[in-house]
Design a protein around this ligand. Structure first.
Ligand code: BTN
Length: 248
């Protein structure tokens, strides 16, 4: 039986990266499932691939949460991405409309990115052993300076400042609820919800892959998390992470 998560919170003023720090801590001491490491500032906040994550000190939420999804096969790991990105949609949708998930797990409001997610898994045999889900939510930041594409904060969208502690409590509740759906076997519901929130599902749009630009329509996401689309000339194409880009 999988025990429910309890969110033990570890707070740091500054760290290199909450993902990195939580991974290190979790290998040094036994942390409960759901343990959270939150920092006011990351000196090397990490994004997907070689990207960096921009976040002014004390303005936003930058944290990582630990899971032990030992009941999931490594090939099923995209379920965690779906659950976490949907949880962030659940949270952001309390304040603004037009929230979606840009594949694989960026949370967007309209055409702007409000939340980035970096999920790092440890695998043992065919199963997952440990997952660190790192989340950066733009809350009170007034301006962004890096060359990140289209960042936006809740402040910029609403003109209001938010209490970060209250936001963290609500975000964790949303994540716990979505993780519970995985544990309790509601993977199909999560998948349907994910598709319902998927940015540009079913719309003709320009994409680029391997130096070629083409028009296609997203039709779904397969069980290992690859993006499926159909091109104007009726080809079915499937892409893994970083193999395809949204042109605009
Ligand atoms: C992305 O969109 O490229 C992913 C960004 C993930 C940023 C968060 S902030 C907290 C956690 N710690 C990190 O170093 N990165 C993630």
């Amino acid at each position: 039986m999988h025990t429910p998560v309890s969110n033990q919170i570890i707070r740091l003023g500054q760290t290199e990266s909450t993902n990195r720090q939580l991974l290190q801590l979790s290998s040094q001491e036994s942390l409960e499932e759901g343990a959270v490491l939150v920092a006011d500032f990351q000196t090397h906040g990490r994004g997907q691939g070689s990207n960096v994550w921009e976040s002014d000190s004390g303005k936003n939420l930058t944290f990582s949460i630990l899971f032990y999804p030992v009941f999931l096969r490594a090939s099923e790991q995209f379920i965690i991405s779906k659950a976490v990105s949907l949880a962030m949609c659940d949270f952001i949708s309390r304040f603004v409309a037009g929230v979606s998930v840009k594949w694989p797990n960026d949370v967007y409001v309209g055409k702007q990115k409000i939340t980035g997610i970096l999920i790092e898994n440890t695998v043992e045999g065919q199963y997952l052993k440990k997952t660190i889900a790192g989340i950066g939510v733009n809350i009170n930041q007034e301006r962004f300076f890096s060359n990140a594409p289209n960042p936006v904060s809740l402040f910029q969208l609403t003109g209001k400042h938010f209490n970060l502690e209250e936001c963290l409590t609500e975000v964790l509740q949303a994540i716990n609820a979505r993780y519970k759906q995985i544990v309790e076997g509601y993977a199909a519901t999560l998948h349907d919800d994910y598709l319902r929130h998927l940015y540009r599902l079913g719309e003709w749009a320009p994409f680029s892959a391997a130096g070629e630009t083409f028009e296609a329509r997203i039709t779904g996401v397969n069980s290992v998390g690859m993006l499926e689309m159909i091109t104007r000339d009726n080809q079915l194409r499937t892409f893994g992470f970083k193999e395809v880009e949204f042109v605009k």
